[in-house]
Write a protein that binds this ligand. Structure first.
Ligand SMILES: [Mn+2]
Length: 309
């Protein structure tokens, strides 16, 4: 059975505490549980002060079969940030501008050059989605169309190669949009050029959707994850319904995601078969896990968490 663990972002103390709380014992080399496997939803790096330690906890667990993991958008971005653009000398597949530098700064600062290049190699080995025995795991959105595009591209480009990364970072490519959907969430463009200012004051014309719900009868504000007051309370029109993912059949296997920086005293489910385990440990929230024992209908009773230190 699986313990699905949320975005860690360089918070090793909380990760150790959470693993121990769940009965994973560290005997010599790594944390292990006699009859459970950990599942990491990605976003191991950036922000926190113990990035190298996090990788030293997670990687041996995976290498020895005690855990599996999917890639987060921060790992994908890191690969692109450190991959030179073959078409533009001195440039990289992810631009080295202020915003991108800042987002990745802690990782670059804390890891030696050797550790960093080894970490990047490891990120390239991470799957973008996992269809396990009874559950599905992805960093942000289980969109089967996008997942299929990614799987085809991985087969065509021999895994997460530089060729794959070239296509995956070129805005005009289907693959680029698919990776964004799966790793950053399915977004919906607001109608009639409407925009709103987000918390950082950035003008935004797109919102992250509650991709596991049908938008019929909902307003853009109601269909945004997490809720943002500044999003207009206008109905999502029927013409937009075909742009969104729907994971709303109760018979579909439970899906676990991270990514959304949720905040709550007690974690709650997104849907009877959808759970987010990201409760913002890197912003003073908590590091959360869901302990899955084979149930089709999830229960909020099965979340466990430790507070950020
Ligand atoms: Mn993320």
């Amino acid at each position: 059975m699986y313990d699905i663990i949320g975005d860690i972002h360089g918070h090793a103390d909380e990760l150790r505490e959470l693993l121990e709380l769940m009965g994973y014992k560290h005997r010599g080399k790594l944390h292990a549980h006699p009859d459970r496997q950990a599942v990491f939803v990605g976003d191991f790096i950036d922000r926190g002060s113990q990035i190298s330690e996090v990788l030293q906890i997670v990687r041996p667990m995976i290498d020895n079969g005690h855990a599996v993991a999917v890639m987060g958008n921060h790992e994908f971005n890191a690969i692109a940030y450190h991959t030179p653009d073959p078409a533009n000398r001195g440039q990289f597949l992810r631009e080295h501008n202020n915003k991108n530098d800042r987002q990745h700064a802690e990782t670059v600062r804390q890891l030696t050059a050797g550790q960093l290049s080894e970490a990047i190699m490891w990120f390239r080995s991470l799957p973008m989605s996992l269809d396990l025995d009874g559950i599905r795991v992805v960093h942000a959105c289980w969109d089967i169309g996008s997942i299929n595009v990614i799987e085809r591209a991985l087969a065509e480009h021999d895994g997460l190669s530089t060729d794959f990364m070239l296509a995956a970072t070129r805005k005009s490519e289907d693959l680029c949009q698919s990776v964004e959907d799966v790793l950053k969430g399915k977004e919906l463009t607001l109608p009639n050029g409407i925009s709103f200012k987000d918390k950082d004051g950035h003008e935004r014309s797109e919102v992250r959707t509650k991709w596991y719900e049908h938008p019929a009868g909902k307003t853009y504000r109601e269909y945004t994850l997490p809720a943002i007051e500044e999003v207009p309370d206008e109905p999502v029109p029927e013409s937009a319904w075909n742009q969104v993912t729907q994971y709303n059949d109760d018979a579909d296997p439970p899906v676990f995601v991270g990514h959304y920086w949720l905040r709550a005293e007690r974690p709650t489910l997104l849907a009877p078969n959808v759970a987010c385990v990201d409760y913002s440990v890197a912003k003073g929230g908590n590091l959360c896990a869901y302990r899955w024992d084979g149930e089709q209908e999830l229960s909020a009773e099965k979340f466990v968490w430790v507070n950020a230190r």
